[in-house]
Design a protein around this ligand. Sequence first.
Ligand code: URQ
Ligand code: ZN
Ligand code: ZN
Ligand code: ZN
Length: 498
Amino acid sequence: MTKGTILIKNGTVVNDDRHFKSDVLVENGIIKEISKNIEPKDGIQVVDATDKLLVPGGIDTHTHFQLPFMGTVSVDDFDIGTQAAVAGGTTFIIDFVIPTRGQSLLEAYDQWKRWADEKVNCDYSLHVAITWWSEQVSKEMEILVKERGVNSFKCFMAYKNSFMVTDEEMYHIFKRCKELGAIAQVHAENGDMVFEGQKKMLDMGITGPEGHELSRPEALEAEATNRAIIIADRVSTPVYIVHVQSIGAADVICKHRKEGVRVYGEPIAAGLGVDGSHMWNHDWRHAAAFVMGPPIRPDPRTKEVLMDYLARGDLDCVGTDNCTFCAEQKALGKDDFTKIPNGVNGVEDRMSIVWENGVNKGKLTWCQFVRATSSEAARIFNVYPRKGRIDIGCDGDIVVWDLNQSKTISKDTHHHAVDFNIFEGIKVTGIATTTIVAGNIVWSNNKLSCVKGSGQFVPRPPFGPVFDGIEQRDIVRNELLRKVDRKPYDGPVIQLNK
Ligand SMILES: C[C@@H](CNC(N)=O)C(=O)O
Ligand SMILES: [Zn+2]
Ligand SMILES: [Zn+2]
Ligand SMILES: [Zn+2]
């Protein structure tokens, strides 16, 4: 798809720092002019945004399209997944390359890139998971940063015997991230305790989806979150906790931030929109649909409290962890919850869920909504202001947002490939009515007009804003690392028997 030219008139532009009435002209995919009363030249497509907002295209920091996982493959692939994304106002997704233990990172990266390049309907980028550690991994991380546009690596502290790494391995991976200027991301759950908890539940005959939460309560997420942050701080490198699902984990992040630790937290649409009580639903398929890791917490306060943290800036950018499985796939775990493929939807409804539970609940301003759904993610992953802002020279990824239009979310009308929607029946007011990607309309009047494979890979340079000030902090902290000049001990020493 060629980069488009389009004029959006009479809208209210909302960035994360201010909002103002203006026309916006996008030329060949780049924002060219922002001013009142831009006269349309002949033949230019014009969109009337009267009484509507213009927000920067949403950025979903966390997706797993067509992920091979737990014996099957997530059904939202890079085509359907990015169609669902743009239908909800998201125009840039960051997915995860997840090498199997022992697999070359570069080989896995090339595979994911092939999958995405042929199918994406909007721009994308790739985090890379580090599921094992060696000299080769260390070398390949450098190539990924210096030659493949990767500036973020994810460690899993859960999924024992598959993706999980040890504290020692995580320490070395974090050190490498610091050397390379890449942000260290963590799936924070105590994987050993999850493993023991799963065995305990099964031994007690608890095989249903409720066993998923019971086997890995929020204490295991909070403990691992604390451990990951402390290990990252021992290395003094920025750390990003993905899918923060509990008040306990959010509290830990907040505590360390107050002490000056460079830690970021990513809530997800699921944790901001629903609660985990659904895993106790008597309909097995319904209950299993909510199984993901870390679990969506059953405490009904969680989604409100996580939104409060987001509003205060103690949590940073909203992802989804979109990793969807249909009934017959979830049924792999019909007799044993540990075999239910973990994952839920979110990429289509993320922005409306944040608007409904944030802005409409009086917790987020329009500007904070843009921060939470777009600009903070662009800053953290070092693509701001190309992404995350409506300004001259920025990518022409713009969403016409109707703050007065409502819809009721349903699997019957969503654009996912999956046969369940965890937000089923939720009425949201505030939706994307037109989505523009690189100056082309890809969603309007409830219709998709994507061109499969038209999205571009967006490289993300290292040493982004998350590294600002780290060096100086190290200088100050290293002042304390001094040895004491003391007279050597010359008293008696016990003789150990051989
Ligand atoms: C494997 C991946 C998706 N599944 C999930 N979160 O339940 C993740 O843990 O982020
Ligand atoms: Zn995860
Ligand atoms: Zn339910
Ligand atoms: Zn994930």
